[in-house]
Design a protein. Structure first.
Lengths: 114, 114
């Protein structure tokens, strides 16, 4: 069973389009994250949800809107895609309440904007 | 702004050699994690260190958390080709609702040659 899954794995689209990436975890975790990894492999946090509540919102353009319909799902919708949005987007989940809880990552979604 | 600098950025060594990767910051973290990421996959957690001065061993890998909880090192003894990958450190800072925010390091790309 896959702990954290993302769809799609690859996404190629044109500038100006709107797209969504879906994430699901079956670990029973309360907290989920979205990260962006750029071409230099730098991984940066974008959003975090805890029990469907947005708790971390880094300096991310308003074109990015996360949505958590339930604890097991965290989706990312991107409006008016730009060339600079091309990156690999990772979803992750973590149990809450302790500093030693592990963070589990999904396989990533490689977004290419042309 | 919290930053984690890793050094070296790139490392290419022969199988059997030893190596050390450093992760440095001016910020104090609640814990520090080390991940390994392979191409096309998400980061996979190797270890979490929590206490200042803590040393953890995972087979040929030795992890150390600095006394002040601002820095960490990863030492690999007798490197193998299977150790090849991108190594990432991540510092955890407490957020709201028992959650944690992770700041990732700049990454070290290791290549072990047969």
């Amino acid at each position: 069973d896959t702990a954290v899954s993302q769809t799609p794995k690859y996404l190629v689209t044109q500038m100006g389009n709107d797209k969504s990436i879906k994430c699901e975890q079956n670990l029973g975790h309360d907290t989920m994250y979205w990260y962006k990894q750029d071409s230099k492999k730098f991984l940066k946090i974008m959003f975090s949800y805890n029990n469907k509540e947005l708790i971390i919102n880094e300096t991310v353009p308003n074109r990015f809107s996360p949505k958590s319909p339930d604890k097991a799902h965290l989706n990312l919708h991107i409006n008016s895609l730009e060339l600079g949005d091309s990156a690999v987007y990772f979803c992750a989940s973590r149990g809450s309440g302790g500093v030693v809880y592990e963070q589990y990552f999904g396989p990533g979604t490689r977004l290419t904007v042309t | 702004t919290q930053l984690l600098e890793q050094s070296p950025q790139f490392l290419s060594i022969q199988e059997g050699e030893n190596l050390t990767v450093y992760c440095n910051s001016s910020s104090v973290f609640s814990s520090l994690q080390w991940y390994r990421q392979e191409p096309g996959e998400g980061p996979v957690l190797l270890v979490t260190v929590v206490t200042g001065g803590e040393v953890k061993k995972l087979k040929r890998l030795t992890f150390q958390f600095g006394d002040a909880r601002k820095d960490s090192s990863l030492h690999i003894t007798a490197a193998q080709t299977g150790d090849t990958g991108l190594y990432l450190c991540a510092g955890a800072s407490p957020g709201t609702s028992g959650t944690y925010k992770y700041i990732f390091g700049t990454g070290t790309r290791l290549k072990v040659l047969a």
